[in-house]
Design a binder for this molecule. Structure first.
Ligand SMILES: *Cc1c(COP(=O)(O)O)cnc(C)c1O
Length: 393
C-alpha cells in the first residue's frame, strides 16, 4: 500500500515511500524478502475460497509474492498507473504483454528503431505465430495503422542516436484505431518522463537498467490499467512463467528509493560529457537530446524533465578510432547494458548491431565510428578527464 497521506506528495518523496509501509506482521521498516515458492492455505475451506477468487491472498510466487507486490506498487505509483506486474527480465515483460494482448491477425505496429531484443521478439517470434508486425513511420502514423492493430509500440528516447518519439501523437493515433499505446520507458524512467501522462496506456521497463541501477539484478515491469494488468498476470505471467524473484524485487525497491538522486547525477554528468565531446576535433557528432540542434530538442523539452544519462558520439576516424577510444577509457567499462551507477561504453556496430544488414545499420545511425556511453554517477570532473585523455592519449 502507499502509506496514507503519500499519494499527493511529489515524485522525489514517493520514490522513497511508495509501495512499502511497515510490514503488517512484524512492523519491519524495510520490505522483507519473502523467499518462498508457495503459501499455506491455513484451512481446506480457505484454499477453496482462494482458488475461487472469493478471498485475496498469496498462493504461489509465480503469480504473486509480497516482496514482488511491493515493487509493483512502487513502480506503478511513480508512473501514475493503477497497477503493475513484475517479471524476471524486461524481455519477459514485453513477451507477456504481447502474448496476452495479441493474436493471429491482431497487428503490432512499432516506431523504430527498437531495442534489438524487442524487435527480434516481434519479427522472429510473433510473426511465426501469425501476428502481423509492421514498422511504421512516425511522420506517417495514420497510414500504418488499421483496425486490426492491437498495439502501437515505441521507445523514447531510443538507441543508438537518442531519437525521441512524440508520445501524445502515437497515443492519439493508436486510440483512433482502438489500439493500446505501449511505451518502453527504460531510458527515461518515471523521473524524466511519465508516458501515461502523455496518453500512453502501458509502460514497459527493463528494471535491469536505471530502476535497479547497480548492475546486479535482472528484471522487468509493466504498469497500466488494473484490469489489463490482472489479465496479463493471469495469462502472460502465469502461463509463460517469467516471474521476478523476491530477492531481485527487494533490490529494485531499494533502487527506486535513490532513483531521483541518481537520475539527477546521471543527467548532470551526461551534460558535461556531451558538452566536452562536442567541441573536440576527433569527434564528428554528439547525439544528446539536450543540444538545441538535436532534431527533437523541442520535443525533449516538452516530454522530459531533463535529458537523461545516455550520450552517443561519432568519431571522425571510424572503427579504428572507436576501438582506440574504448580501449583507452579507464572509468567506462566496455559492456552492454546501461543505467548502472558505473559508466559503461559500447561500440554498437561491432557488438549489439553486428549481425544487422549493413545498410539497415547505417539507416539506424549505427556508423562504424559510433560509440554509446551510459554515463554513470562518478565525479563529473573525472569522467570529463577520462573521455578527454581517451580521445587524445
Ligand atoms: C535492456 C532493454 C530491454 C530488455 O530488458 P532485459 O532486462 O535485458 O530483458 C528492453 N528495452 C530496452 C530499451 C532495454 O534497454
Amino acid at each position: 500500500m502507499v502509506p496514507s497521506g503519500m499519494s499527493d506528495k511529489r515524485i522525489g518523496t514517493r520514490a522513497v515511500h511508495a509501495g512499502a509501509g511497515l510490514d503488517p506482521t512484524t512492523g519491519a521498516h524495510a520490505t522483507p524478502i519473502v523467499q518462498t515458492s508457495t503459501f499455506g492455505y491455513r484451512s481446506f475451506a480457505r484454499g477453496e475460497r482462494l482458488f475461487a477468487g472469493d478471498e485475496e491472498g498469496y498462493l504461489y510466487s509465480r503469480v504473486g509474492n509480497p516482496t514482488v507486490a511491493a515493487f509493483e506498487r512502487s513502480l506503478a505509483d511513480l508512473e501514475g498507473a493503477e497497477a503493475g506486474v513484475a517479471f524476471s527480465s524486461g524481455m519477459a515483460a514485453i513477451a507477456a504483454l504481447a502474448f496476452t494482448v495479441l493474436a493471429p491477425g491482431r497487428q503490432i505496429a512499432y516506431l523504430g528503431p527498437l531495442y534489438g531484443g524487442s524487435e527480434g521478439l516481434f519479427l522472429e517470434v510473433l510473426q511465426r505465430f501469425g501476428v502481423p508486425v509492421r514498422a511504421v513511420d512516425a511522420d506517417d502514423l495514420d497510414r500504418g495503422l488499421d483496425p486490426a492493430t492491437g498495439i502501437v509500440y515505441l521507445e523514447t528516447p531510443t538507441n543508438p542516436t537518442l531519437r525521441l518519439h512524440d508520445l501524445r501523437a502515437a497515443a492519439d493515433a493508436a486510440h483512433a484505431v482502438g489500439a493500446l499505446c505501449v511505451a518502453d520507458n527504460t531510458f527515461s524512467t518515471p523521473i524524466l518522463t511519465r508516458p501515461l501522462e502523455h496518453g500512453a496506456d502501458v509502460v514497459v521497463h527493463s528494471a535491469t537498467k536505471y530502476l535497479g541501477g547497480h548492475g546486479d539484478a535482472l528484471g522487468g515491469v509493466l504498469a497500466g490499467p488494473a484490469e489489463l494488468m490482472a489479465e496479463i498476470r493471469m495469462e502472460g505471467l502465469r502461463h509463460l512463467g517469467g516471474a521476478l524473484g523476491p530477492l531481485e524485487a527487494f533490490l529494485f525497491i531499494r533502487g527506486l528509493k535513490t532513483l531521483p538522486l541518481r537520475i539527477e547525477r546521471h543527467c548532470a554528468n551526461a551534460r558535461r560529457v556531451a558538452e566536452t565531446l562536442r567541441d573536440h576535433p576527433s569527434v564528428a557528432a554528439v547525439h544528446w537530446p539536450g543540444f538545441p540542434d538535436h532534431p527533437q530538442h523541442d520535443l525533449a523539452t516538452r516530454q522530459m524533465a531533463d535529458f537523461g544519462g545516455m550520450v552517443s558520439l561519432e568519431l571522425t576516424g571510424g572503427k579504428p578510432a572507436a576501438g582506440r577510444f574504448l580501449d583507452r577509457l579507464t572509468l567506462f567499462t566496455q559492456a552492454v547494458s546501461l543505467g548502472d551507477v558505473e559508466s559503461l561504453a559500447t561500440h554498437p556496430a561491432s557488438t549489439t548491431h553486428q549481425l544487422l544488414d549493413p545498410e539497415l545499420r547505417l539507416r539506424e545511425g549505427v556508423t562504424d565510428g559510433l560509440v554509446r556511453l551510459s554515463v554513470g554517477i562518478e565525479d563529473g570532473d573525472d569522467l570529463v578527464e577520462d573521455v578527454l585523455q581517451a580521445l587524445t592519449g
